[in-house]
Write a protein that binds this ligand. Structure first.
Ligand code: ZN
Length: 370
């Protein structure tokens, strides 16, 4: 569901934002690195709230040419963190950070003549009842585009289904998403939650221009009873017990004490900057990270050289509690306990999952809403 930039909070990890890009720029790092540099994007939403987005360097490639200044995007699966930059592009308390799950869709406007309307349908998607209606629009060159709109948008189209409407029926779909059908490779237009707007037969310049471009002979509009080609796919959630409590993150930060504390927090995402394991020393009960030394690995603690080390987990996570958010590091033992993985699995898991992150670790960031 789309929310306003002013309403984001670190607790909500399933919100989406509709944002216009104001500025997108690369960061020049002090150490010269020609390949990987983080990217920063400044957005504003419909209320004019400015929001800063940080794209860590390992995800820059994915979003390199995504953002055009002035264009509108739907952004979801981001993490909300404290706006910690000393140079602030936005006075917002929070900023957003991209990760390997972040999805960005450019929201577009499409105009066309409705040539087919299918019967509205009910579907159960992720355990919820959803309604949808399929229709087909055509441009003045006869090129057709399938459209599916959901829930509240269904009523707006349904009134024209099986009704003797004066033709042509023109529709302007604002802030919709274009998605590619996996089966056929065709492009399809979909509504995007409540942000999409459907306007029929208006007297605005866009409609007048389109009407003028239409030739006189047109295929008449049809109403069709059939099944939707939409496939919701599968989804799953992982639950985790949260029965411990003691210090809040805010208190940990405020007191600046060293020590061991329990924090009841929710993992909102895995902050792996590509490194989620390390080679450790093979000496019993020495867990030190081995440093590369020529073609071997070296333990400073034991002053020993090894051919290879024991692989151990070191996973940076982002956690959120009632008021605070913080990066945590989970070491090998926590990872194996929490994920049920053994060091033996590590080598095998190495090549699995998206962006080198094992599936089990990715599953962690699919926490249920609470
Ligand atoms: Zn050692």
């Amino acid at each position: 569901m789309y929310v306003l930039a002013s309403d984001i909070s670190p607790m909500n990890t399933r919100n989406a934002l509709r944002l216009r890009t104001v500025r997108a720029y690369d960061i020049q790092e002090r150490k010269p690195s020609p390949v990987l540099k983080p990217k920063e994007v400044v957005f504003h939403d419909q209320q004019g709230t400015f929001l800063h987005a940080h794209i860590p360097k390992e995800f820059v490639e994915k979003f390199r040419s995504t953002f055009t200044e002035g264009k509108v995007y739907g952004v979801k699966n981001f993490v909300v963190i404290t706006n910690f930059y000393s140079f602030k592009t936005s006075p917002h308390k929070f900023m957003i950070k991209f990760n390997y799950q972040t999805v960005v869709k450019q929201l577009k406007d499409v105009i066309g003549r409705v040539v087919e309307i299918h019967a509205p349908q009910e579907k159960v998607i992720n355990g919820k009842n959803a309604r949808l209606i399929d229709f087909v629009i055509e441009d003045s060159d006869g090129i057709q585009l399938g459209c599916t709109v959901w829930d509240d948008h269904v009523n707006k189209v349904e009134v024209y289904y099986n009704s003797a409407t004066e033709e042509p029926l023109l529709v302007l779909i604002q802030f919709c998403r274009a998605r590619t059908c996996l089966k056929s490779g065709d492009i399809k237009i979909c509504s995007s939650y409540d942000v999409t707007q459907l306007l029929f037969n208006q007297q605005t310049p866009e409609f007048m221009q389109f009407r003028e471009s239409l030739c006189l002979e047109q295929t008449p509009m049809r109403s069709i009873v059939s099944q939707s080609s939409f496939n919701p796919g599968s989804s799953y959630t992982v639950s985790l017990k949260e029965d411990l409590q003691l210090r809040t993150l805010t208190v940990v930060y405020a007191k600046k004490e060293f020590g061991e504390f329990w924090v009841a927090a929710r993992i909102v995402f895995i902050d792996c900057d590509g490194e989620w394991y390390y080679p450790s020393c093979r000496t019993k009960s020495c867990y030190k990270k081995l440093e590369p030394k020529k073609e071997f690995l070296y333990c400073k603690e034991c002053d020993r050289t090894w051919g290879d080390g024991i692989l151990r987990y070191r996973i940076k996570i982002r956690v959120v509690d009632i008021k605070g958010n913080a990066p945590f590091v989970m070491w090998d033992r926590e990872c194996t306990e929490l994920l049920g993985l053994s060091a033996l699995d590590l080598k095998q898991k190495n090549s699995q999952g998206k962006d080198g992150v094992p599936a089990e670790i990715q599953a962690l960031s699919y926490m249920p809403h609470s």
